[in-house]
Write a protein that binds this ligand. Structure first.
Ligand SMILES: [Fe+2]
Length: 286
């Protein structure tokens, strides 16, 4: 099937972000104009997905690189899954080299502790549980816009640092079966603007990761800083800011890691969930 522009359709969710792209077979060639429209949809809706796809690892990497460059390897970033294919990691509760087990995962961005955090990530669903394992993304641009003017002024010029989740993990088990592990020294926190700009739109993002934002920098009073961080973590985790995705086998989904947190519900015992993730490098936040 050749992908035709007249079959192409973007269907926004009725939630705070997210859209389905219909009428596209990602295994087949796409015109530059169609690719451009998909990229614009990603920038506007932040989470964009395609149902019923059947693509190879190589095609997933091609698709990923429409949105930005490969993520350069960092020593702080583990390779999880097949070490011969470090650009695709296995996110699974069943495979020997899979990552993350089956529990609830708190809202976070991926690689937020890096000097140049990831701009986005692609997930391809190979096996999906009958129930559980839904992923939800929250809209951090909307979270910023809903702050009152006093709070917006208070956040100006502050920075936030995040810790590396993988630091201090000394066994394969701690890393969910990963092939690498890291010492405490790998936990060097990176401080970035607490309110950062979304490069494609110029909009402001409240850049707080509930799981691994660690310290707000720029306030002299430490308890004020930690209370403010707790308040902001609660603010970005409000239900109305989320889009929840019920996965189906064959889904290909891309999210904007700059302006969304994601969290995952737990997976019931005995259910299998196997996903393949690739990532897009980002710029230094400003
Ligand atoms: Fe994640």
């Amino acid at each position: 099937m050749v992908n035709r522009i007249q079959d192409f359709e973007i269907v926004p969710s009725d939630q705070a972000l997210g859209a389905e792209v219909r009428g596209v077979d990602l295994a087949q060639p796409l015109s530059g104009e169609l690719i451009h429209r998909i990229i614009r949809a990603w920038e506007r809706y932040h989470v964009v997905f395609f149902r019923g796809q059947s693509i190879t690892d190589e095609r997933q990497l091609e698709f990923t690189q429409w949105f930005g460059p490969r993520h350069a390897p960092y020593p702080e970033m583990p390779i999880l899954g097949d070490i011969s294919q470090p650009d695709i990691i296995t996110i699974s509760n069943v495979t020997e080299d899979g990552l993350l087990g089956g529990g609830y995962i708190e809202p976070h961005q991926d690689g937020v502790y890096l000097p140049t955090p990831l701009a986005g990530a692609v997930m391809r669903a190979e096996e999906v549980p009958d129930s559980g394992g839904d992923t939800s993304w929250s809209n951090l641009i909307q979270a910023y816009s809903e702050l009152n003017p006093t709070m917006k002024r208070r956040l100006r010029n502050l920075k936030v640092s995040a810790f590396n989740l993988y630091a201090g993990k000394t066994s394969r088990r701690d890393l969910g079966g990963g092939k690498q592990w890291f010492s405490e020294q790998d936990s060097t926190a990176q401080a970035h603007p607490l309110v950062r700009i979304h490069p494609p739109t110029g909009k402001k993002i409240l850049w707080v990761s509930c799981l691994n934002s660690e310290t707000i920098e720029g306030l002299s009073d430490e308890s004020e800083a930690s209370n403010l961080l707790l308040e902001l973590k609660a603010h970005v985790d409000q239900d109305h800011l989320y889009y929840t995705h019920r996965w189906a086998q064959g889904d290909v989904l891309i999210w904007d890691n700059r302006c969304c947190n994601h969290k995952r519900e737990s997976i019931p015992e005995g259910e299998r969930r196997v996903f393949y993730r690739s990532v897009i490098g980002g710029c230094r936040p400003y």
